[in-house]
Design a protein around this ligand. Structure first.
Ligand code: BES
Ligand code: MN
Ligand code: MN
Length: 462
């Protein structure tokens, strides 16, 4: 594959422009106002897969947004790689913090990306990373370099919990049969130090509602005598962590897999600067569970965070009022062996238990999913590592991530195969935040590296 580099160089303007076109469509799955855009994006992905050389591409209907499925089977005796990605994106708000409109992609230079980065919602998560696979396929088919079979499954509901994909996978085991699943929807350490994500956290997402009096009340006439649901909710939330920042829900840690001293020492070898980390967020100190390092806190330890909280008067000026209701959205990131449904139950029981009689509490579970760990002694990991070693000049470091792709655990359960997470984003790429971007270097390097994964996986498989 000597000419992959040359092929990327020759076609890079077109590769960038094609991605820019895809990024212009606001495929926000969470907001029904964009449903036509989500559907249009599925069509665009279908067309791109056809052009890249798939034999068949279908738009598979589901109870929700469709799944784009494509394949190129060259020989049933050869191994099959199943590529997964998502064409939906997060909402763009707060819009006013973007330096350029989220769906009008532009290339700008940053500290981390001297060669420029494409700024747009979805640039890194996940349209840009998904599209690397489409262009890698184009390279392999046009140059007769595809060494095995390939299937693509690109969904439109990852950012809202992948429930239609779960439905689809359960019904299509045979169609989706594969030897390895390949995903680029995570990150790597830096542009000079590649890494392979070997773990993802699970997730339990809940919404809580606290009701005090049956209507909003004058805070002078009733304040101090009737429970204020906002006061109560914040007190309840504060009690969910103790002074060591341990989570206080009974049973929460029962199944948490503790890492050995050796594993923790191995993890600590990954390059990391606490100074740079603090500077990136303009914080004087980090914060978290006692007894664990920053990198452990955000990968091998479970967490509980309020994602949003509201209630009462938030308009201009002052209004003296005791609101009838207060709300919060809470996410818990889970680690291997914690079961997300069990944790959701534990949360619900505990939250109901700690509420004083003067309020009513309602806990509504949203989505969730199990965590995932990949062993590094399988041929998928080894093939990925060989591919990175070749294109970056140094081996990749295994790294557990704090993020979640809940469907990966379901893939293992239903399709019985391991997932290899070849992410090319950087933590600083601002996914889910204003000014999301994806480095041109990362995009092109991904396109170069992926065909080598196919080559080494096929070699190691035989
Ligand atoms: N691609 C991310 C997950 C991710 C990013 C994992 C970086 C590791 C490193 C994915 O699109 C995502 O945002 N997942 C959600 C979960 C989902 C159920 C909404 C998350 O992690 O919050
Ligand atoms: Mn993603
Ligand atoms: Mn995401």
């Amino acid at each position: 594959m000597e000419n992959i580099k040359a092929y990327v160089q020759k076609n890079k303007e077109r590769f960038i422009n094609e991605l820019i076109e895809l990024l212009k469509i606001p495929s926000i799955s969470a907001d029904s106002a964009y449903s036509q855009d989500v559907l249009n994006t599925a069509d665009a992905v279908k067309e791109a897969l056809e052009k890249a050389g798939c034999n068949t591409v279908e738009i598979c209907e589901t109870p929700g947004y469709p799944i784009v499925y494509g394949e190129k089977i060259i020989n049933p005796k050869l191994p099959t790689v199943l590529v997964y990605g998502h064409y939906d994106v997060q909402p763009a708000d707060p819009i006013n913090l973007w330096t350029s409109p989220p769906f009008e992609p532009v290339i700008k230079v940053t500290d981390k990306h001297p060669d420029g980065a494409i700024f747009a919602r979805g640039a890194c998560d996940d349209k840009g990373q998904m599209y690397m696979h489409v262009k890698a396929l184009e390279y392999m088919t046009t140059n007769n370099e595809l060494p095995c079979n390939v299937k693509f499954m690109i969904e439109g509901e990852e950012e809202i919990g992948s429930s239609s994909l779960a439905w689809f996978v359960e019904r299509n085991q045979e169609k989706l049969a594969n030897d390895v699943i390949l995903i680029s929807d995570t990150g790597m350490i830096s542009n000079t130090q590649p890494s392979i994500t070997t773990g993802l956290r699970g997730l339990s997402y809940v919404e809580v509602e606290v009701t005090g009096p049956n209507r909003d009340l004058h805070s002078g006439l009733y304040g101090g005598a009737v429970a204020n649901p906002i006061n109560i909710l914040t007190k309840m939330i504060a009690s969910l962590h103790d002074e060591n920042n341990h989570i206080t829900i009974p049973g929460f840690y029962d199944k948490v897999q503790e890492l050995s001293i050796e594993e923790r020492a191995e993890m600590a070898k990954a390059p990391f600067s606490l100074e740079n980390y603090k500077n990136a967020f303009a914080i004087e100190d980090v914060y978290g569970e006692k007894g664990y390092t920053t990198n452990e806190r955000n990968s091998i330890r479970p967490t509980l965070d309020v994602n949003g909280i509201w209630g009462g008067y938030t308009g201009e000026g002052a209004k003296t009022v005791i609101a009838s209701k207060a709300y919060a959205k809470i996410s818990m990131r889970l680690v291997p062996n914690q079961d997300w449904k069990e944790i959701t139950e534990l949360f619900k029981n505990h939250f109901e238990n700690i509420a004083p009689k003067s309020v009513k509490v309602k806990v509504t579970p949203h989505h969730g999913g199990q965590g995932y760990v990949t062993p590094i002694d399988n041929i998928g990991y080894q093939a990925a590592n060989k591919a990175y070693t070749e294109t970056f000049g140094i081996p990749a470091i295994p790294q557990r991530s704090g993020g979640s792709i809940p469907i990966v655990a379901l893939f293992e359960k239903e399709l019985k195969s391991k997932t290899i997470l070849m992410g090319f984003g950087l933590d600083s790429d601002a996914i889910h935040s204003p000014n999301e971007h994806f480095g041109i270097f990362n995009y092109l390097k991904g396109i170069e590296t992926i065909p080598l994964f196919y080559k080494y996986f096929t070699e190691l498989h035989s």
